[in-house]
Structure formats: C-alpha cells, structure tokens
Design a protein around this ligand. Structure first.
Ligand code: DC
Length: 672
C-alpha cells in the first residue's frame, strides 16, 4: 500500500450529527462583492475559507475596505461603502482565483478615476478575460499591457472612469465574465449588459441574479435580451447573510445515508432544495434511488436510504455530483446508467475514464469499458453493473487502493463507498491514495466524515441567573453541532401564559386546570429547540418583561408547573436524535440533578454576584438576580444546586471562548 494513502474505516453504526460541509465558494465570493457594494455592514455566516476566498478578502482590504474575517467562526464582516472604492490606485494579485479575477475587474470599473495594477498566477494569465476587458473598453475603461497596448489577459493596468453605459459581453468562454458585470450594473445609472455570443452556464448566471435580488437590487432582462436594474443604487446591507453549504460537498453526506447503519440521521444545515446552486439537483436523484430525505426549516435531514435503486440518470446540468452516485452504483440493486457527462472528461482529470478504471479495479463491470473509453474520447456516459460479491472477492486480502488522479471528487466519492461495511465485520476494504487532494474544496472532508461516527452526547449546564448559561450553551451548540434547549424559556413561557390567563401563584388549582389545557410542542430554529404553546413560539420579548422576571421563580416552584415540564424536557433528547444533531445541550437550574441526571457531561456555571449583576445591567434588564437565585435554590422541588459529580466552572474572569473550549474537551472525550 502507498504511504500517502488513507484506509477508510467502514461505519459499523448509524451516521449522526450535523454534516460539517463548507460554504459554497461561488456564493462566498459573490456575497463579498455585493456586501462591499452595499450601504453598510453585512455579516456573512457559513463562509468558505479557501485560497480563492482569501484572495478576494485580501484584495478588498487592499482597496481600503474593512473586512473582518473569523475563520474559526466561518464569518466575514464586510463594511460596504455603497459603490465607493476608497483607494483610487492599488496593486492586486488574484492568484489563480477565477471569480476574484473577474469580479474584481468589473468592480474596480466603478471607481471614477482609478488606476489599478492587476496580475495573476501563470495559469490565470492564460485564462479568458478578453470578453470582460473588451466590454469595459466600450465603457471608456482601459486595460493596458505593460507596453501600453490593449490587454486581453492578465497582467494589465486598469484605468477606470466609473461609468458603465450599455455594455455587450462575449461570455462564451466563462459565465463569470457576465456575472462580474451583472453585479456592478445597479451601481451605475442607466447601465445595461447584453450577451454577445453563445449562451453560458445558466445555473451560475441565475445564482448571480438571485443574489443581486437578495441584496435588494433585482435585475431584469428586457425584450432585446439586455440585463438592467430598474431601480439602480447601492445594494442594501443585510445584517446577516447566510451562505449556503456547498451543494456538491453536501452530496457526499446525502450518499452517506445509503452506506452507514440503519437509523442514520445526518443534518445538512442551511441546505435548501430551492437554494442558489445547481448541484442541489442531486438530492431529487438520490431520492429517486431510495434516499429518505426530509426537509426541515433551514435544513435537510438525510436518513438511511430505503434501498439503492438503479436507473438511467442525466447528470449534464449537475455533473460534479455524478461521481457520488457512480460509486454507490457498485452497491445498487440494479444497473445505474449515467449520461450527459462527456464534458467532465476534460476536468481535473478525465473523470469518466478515472471512474471506470477505479470501479473496474474493484471488480465492478462498466460500459463502455476502460479500453473503449481510452480509444474514444467522445463517449459520454457510463453504465455500472452492481456486484457486491465481486467487491468482496477483490477486497478479500485487504483494502483495494483507489487512485485519485489529483481529483478531489474521486477521493471523496470513494471515501463514501469505503464507509460501507461490506463484510459486515467492520473490516476496511478501500484505501484512498493522496487523500490530501480534497483540499481543493473540502480540506477537512475525512475528518468531517469521521465526525459522523461520534456518539450522541448529552450535556447539562446549570447555574444561577446571569451565570452565562445561555451564551455558553449557544456557542457550544454551534461549535459542536448540538441541539440547544433553554429551559428557562420553558418556565418563562408558562409563567407568561398563566399571567395572561389571570392566574396568581397562590391559586394552585386554577394553575393546575390551566396547565391541563395547554398544549406543548417544539420547533427547531437553527440550533435551538423552542417551546411552542398551541403551536406558536411565544414572543421572546414578552417572556423577558419585568412582570415575568418577577413572577417566574415563584411559578417555577409549583410542583404542577415542574411536573408539566419534566416529561417535555426529557423528550427533547429523542427530538435531537431524530433531527440528526450530534448531541444536546440543555441549560437550566435542575437539568443535571433532576431532568437528565445520566448526562455524560454535567456543568455547573458560577460567577461572582457583582459580575452577574453587571451582565444583566449590560443587557438592559431589570432583574433581581440574587432574589431569584434565593427562591430557586430554596424551593422544595428540584432546587438549584450543583449536581453531584458535576464540573464546576467559575467564569468570572474567563472569556466565553475559554469556557466553551473547556466544555468542548469534555464533550470530545464523552463522544468517543
Ligand atoms: O434561565 P432563566 O433566567 O431564563 O430562568 C428563569 C426562571 O425559570 C428561573 O429563575 C427559575 C426557572 N427555572 C427553573 O426553575 N428550572 C430550570 N431548569 C430553568 C429555569
């Protein structure tokens, strides 16, 4: 076996948890441009940090924009200047980042009297720019070679006028040339863009147009086929813009449901079938083959597949995902034919030939054969004949080593196939050569895959008022893919409802009869499960009024109220498991002692009384913290205590990050 290879350990149990899929590169780089052209601050969440996005971030910073990137939180804060570019001159190197190269060039054309020196890597110098530079030339913007003659490629110096006018662009070489111009259209009065030549990759142009609309400037095409913006102006800053997970990368986790154990629950956060990316078309194909997919608000839940059914599929419009199905086809219950993939023979590698070669190596019969594909490069489909017995025979003496041809998608799709427990005893049967090649789009792929094997973990966080439970639990949930449950809100919701119904805390039988009529439910919003009353989430502001603050501890001391919530709170564990979370973090006053005393990780948070009063004051809340704590810790039923055996953390002088890191370490040990 080659030294630079990774043996894939099959899944012996269900795959669980939030899939750690990186953000889409195409969306991240478009969002950076649109946010910089917006009139204020936008926080991009779920952003991809890769070479190409780092190049664009650095370029915007060099142009004088405030762009604050937090790689560990996957966020980028962009201070948009409504179409103004602070630096009238700059030297920018775009590496080999196609989107950055094209988008920035059109973006810079908005500077009224700019002079920008642009260059790229050797490979970028050969990539098409002429369509864009010619279009800009018509608008009075000059791209000149070092010798002063008009440039058609990098490097060049761009002399800009800030005006666009009626442009014509030949984008037949790359749809990015058109997308670049579309994004700057709204910033120049009366500007329009018409395609000169063949139509181009529509999914990406659609993505651009949809994103312009999301940032408040819809574009439309007139009868002559020219794009324009009927209400030009700066883009509108959106306080938070959520970048979708990369749909191609997501396809591997959809496929994982077919090979990991029954009961698998994989949650793809922020994935939407109606999203911006063409490769979301993989999900319906997978469903046709037997994938059990459930749309949740703001997520897609992948369960174990019913079967891996065969059939004929045209992958032309979402061909990056054909490899994901092609590998699964080896395990299908009938042949799988994939057509429309001729163009992938000129991608990272000849993908059709590479796939055929490796499936053949595993004992799988393919049509056309490897020899036929080698002889004829016009062949554009692949039929795969499943055969588990043949796979077992080939791997009988150890893992079969799969060549990856420097193609990240070969490595990832065979990684999923190898996750199948072929022998039923956990014996590995596939190893992946050069696994590092996934760094092109998904450097952490194999870690993210292994993370789906983690055990479900239950974490409780108890503590007094303002001890930092909520902020700690939320950040922990976000970082570890857990479902967060704030039980304080449960008591607040009941208190609010009881007060609304006119009940006082001393009217025990009225309270009991009102509680019997209340119907409790749950709704998952992002990482949190929220209690619903009669199907609705109570308005949070109404739950934090001085009246509720004053009454909640007294109502929470009533056995009727506590009993009403105990069963509900325990049921949240199954909810988290079914919704594909890696675990649950529940915060409150009696969680580690009464609600979930068997939890693997139990924490008791403390802070000095001064620090806690200060925190509440900083939140602008009228809340008698000490008084509430006294009531909560002296009540008869389920008082606030440090649960026996819990880890005490005093966070008076610790940062939130330090506290979360400390708890994360305990979670990791428990999840093994
Ligand atoms: O966490 P909080 O401040 O929102 O909680 C409000 C009140 O709810 C708290 O003072 C007492 C009650 N509570 C409780 O009794 N048991 C819990 N597990 C959580 C909250």
């Amino acid at each position: 076996m080659k030294s630079n290879s990774l043996v894939i350990q099959p899944f012996r149990s269900a795959a669980r948890g939030l899939a750690q899929v990186p953000g889409s590169k195409s969306i991240t780089n478009r969002a950076l441009i649109l946010a910089a052209l917006a009139d204020g601050e936008t926080l991009l969440t779920g952003a991809l940090f890769s070479r190409d996005t780092r190049i664009l971030i650095a370029a915007l910073q060099a142009l004088g924009f405030t762009v604050l990137a937090d790689e560990s939180a996957h966020t980028i804060k962009v201070h948009g200047l409504g179409g103004k570019i602070p630096q009238a001159s700059a030297k920018i190197h775009v590496g080999n980042a196609g989107t950055a190269a094209r988008f920035l060039t059109a973006f810079l054309a908005l500077a009224p009297q700019g002079r920008y020196e642009l260059d790229g890597d050797e490979a970028m110098r050969a990539r098409p720019m002429a369509g864009l530079l010619t279009a800009l030339r018509d608008a009075g913007c000059q791209a000149l070679k070092p010798d002063g003659s008009p440039a058609t490629h990098f490097p060049f110096t761009l002399h800009t006028t800030g005006k666009l006018g009626a442009l014509k662009v030949d984008a037949s070489a790359s749809s990015q040339l058109l997308s670049a111009l579309l994004m700057v259209l709204p910033l120049s009065n009366g500007a329009s863009v018409k395609l000169d030549g063949a139509t181009v990759s529509e999914p990406f142009v659609d993505m651009t147009v949809k994103m312009c609309a999301q940032f408040g400037r819809p574009l439309s095409k007139n009868a002559e086929g020219a794009w324009r913006c009927s209400q030009p102006g700066a883009y509108k800053a959106t306080s938070t813009y959520v970048i979708e997970p990369d749909a191609t990368a997501a396809s591997y986790f959809i496929a994982l449901g077919a090979v990991a154990g029954a009961d698998s629950r994989i949650r793809l956060r922020h994935y939407s079938a109606e999203g911006l990316q063409g490769d979301t078309a993989f999900a319906p194909v997978a469903a046709q083959c037997g994938a059990v997919l459930e749309s949740a608000p703001d997520a897609l839940l992948v369960k174990s597949w019913r079967k891996i059914g065969g059939g004929d599929f045209d992958f032309n419009a979402f061909s990056d995902t054909f490899l994901t199905l092609a590998t699964l086809a080896g395990l299908a219950d009938s042949p799988v034919k994939i057509c429309g993939i001729g163009h992938t023979r000129k991608q990272e590698t000849d993908r059709v030939l590479a796939m055929a070669t490796e499936l053949t190596r595993l004992g799988i019969r393919v049509e056309p054969t490897v020899a036929q594909l080698q002889a004829d490069d016009s062949l554009s489909s692949l039929k795969i004949y499943p055969d588990r017995e043949a796979l077992r025979q080939k791997a009988a003496h150890g893992p079969v080593s799969i060549h990856t041809y420097e193609d990240h998608r070969m490595a990832m799709s065979f990684g999923i196939l190898g996750s199948y427990d072929l022998f039923g005893d956990g014996r590995p049967w596939i190893s992946i050569e050069d696994p590092g090649c996934t760094s092109k789009t998904f450097p952490t792929f194999f870690t993210a895959l292994a993370a789906q094997k983690s055990k479900f973990v239950t974490i409780t966080i108890d503590g007094g008022a303002a001890s930092g439970k909520s902020s700690t639990s939320r950040l922990l949930a976000e970082r570890q893919g857990l479902l967060h449950v704030d039980t304080g809100l449960h008591y607040r919701s009941l208190t609010h409802a009881l007060l609304q119904a006119g009940a006082r805390v001393d009217q025990v039988s009225l309270v009991e009869s009102l509680l019997q009529k209340i119907s409790l439910g749950s709704q998952i919003i992002g990482q949190s499960s929220r209690l619903t009353l009669g199907g609705k989430i109570p308005d949070e502001a109404a739950l934090r009024t001085p009246e509720v603050n004053a009454a909640v501890s007294q109502f929470a001391a009533l056995p009727a109220v506590r009993n009403c919530l105990l069963h509900y709170q325990r049921s949240q564990v199954a909810l988290a498991q079914n919704a594909g979370f890696a675990g649950i973090v529940m915060e409150g006053r009696d969680i580690g002692s009464v609600v979930l005393p068997q939890a693997e990780v139990r924490i008791f948070l403390e802070a000095s009384p001064e620090a806690r009063t200060q925190r509440r004051a900083a939140e602008g809340q009228a809340d008698a913290v000490a008084q509430r704590d006294h009531l909560d810790s002296t009540r008869k039923m389920a008082p606030l205590i440090c649960p026996p055996g819990a880890t005490r953390i005093d966070n008076t002088t610790l940062s939130l990050n330090e506290v979360v890191q400390q708890i994360s370490a305990l979670v990791h040990t428990a999840a093994r």
